[in-house]
Design a protein around this ligand. Structure first.
Ligand code: HEC
Ligand code: HEC
Ligand code: HEC
Ligand code: HEC
Length: 124
């Protein structure tokens, strides 16, 4: 049994939809369902892998348009000043990665100080 168990786990890992592997063959990373057709370079460009965690908002905006356009997608939240993309504190300046994660669960930066469940949906 000791031999079979790890092999089984390996098979489970491979069966999870959206799993992809880095060029260097290190740990597998998942892509969000809405991004499953994207290439690694669409977000990470030609950066070395050590810098991947700093994914710049400009990479996101190259497909999603300007910060203003992103803010328009959630403009119903302007009422009450809780539009996460055009917020009370810092306007459109908050970096995407403060909330949106790609290979792990997203989290809400505003939630560090507020109960955001009262205001908006979870971060996709
Ligand atoms: C190569 C183009 C591309 C890049 C780069 C990209 N996206 Fe996307 N994104 C898409 C497409 C295509 C969709 C699916 C269609 C849609 O919902 O607009 C999508 C969907 C999304 C959604 C879900 C929208 C919904 O309706 O639920 C979010 C959130 C999102 N992207 C955030 C980001 C963030 C944050 C980044 C940067 C880390 C990023 N995207 C980078 C193309 C891109
Ligand atoms: C303060 C947190 C926060 C930041 C920063 C943030 N987002 Fe979001 N984003 C959210 C939340 C929360 C939602 C879901 C809003 C809802 O549906 O109530 C969302 C939704 C989206 C959607 C889907 C909108 C739709 O309904 O079609 C896209 C696309 C998106 N974000 C892209 C971005 C991009 C690109 C950036 C960086 C320029 C960014 N976000 C920065 C929290 C954030
Ligand atoms: C839609 C944009 C997007 C795409 C496409 C994408 N990444 Fe990422 N990646 C990110 C973001 C944002 C982070 C920052 C941490 C997180 O969100 O999980 C990150 C972080 C990483 C990290 C650092 C690990 C960490 O948690 O800090 C690695 C390694 C990585 N990505 C590998 C890949 C590989 C390999 C691919 C292609 C299969 C890929 N990424 C495709 C956005 C993307
Ligand atoms: C570091 C903690 C912190 C973070 C993170 C934070 N806030 Fe706040 N926020 C506060 C404090 C403290 C106040 C009250 C003081 C003030 O008015 O500046 C406040 C006030 C507000 C108010 C006014 C509330 C009222 O009753 O008038 C809104 C709206 C708001 N924040 C939205 C947001 C949004 C949206 C985000 C995420 C983009 C966010 N905040 C992130 C600490 C934070």
């Amino acid at each position: 049994m000791k031999i079979i168990k790890p092999i089984f786990l390996f098979a489970v890992l491979f069966s999870i939809a959206g799993m992809a592997y880095s060029s260097s063959g290190s740990a597998p990373v998942s892509l969000k369902e809405h991004h499953k057709d994207l290439e690694c370079a669409d977000c990470h460009g030609n950066e070395s892998e050590e810098k991947y965690y700093l994914t710049p908002s400009e990479a996101c905006l190259s497909c999603h348009g300007s910060r203003q356009e992103v803010a328009e997608l959630t403009k119903e939240l302007d009422a009450g000043n809780v539009n996460p993309h055009r917020s009370f504190h810092s306007g459109t300046a908050t970096e995407c990665y403060e909330c949106h994660r790609e290979h792990k669960l997203s989290r809400n930066f505003c939630g560090n100080c507020h109960d955001t469940d009262l205001w908006m949906n979870p971060v996709p």
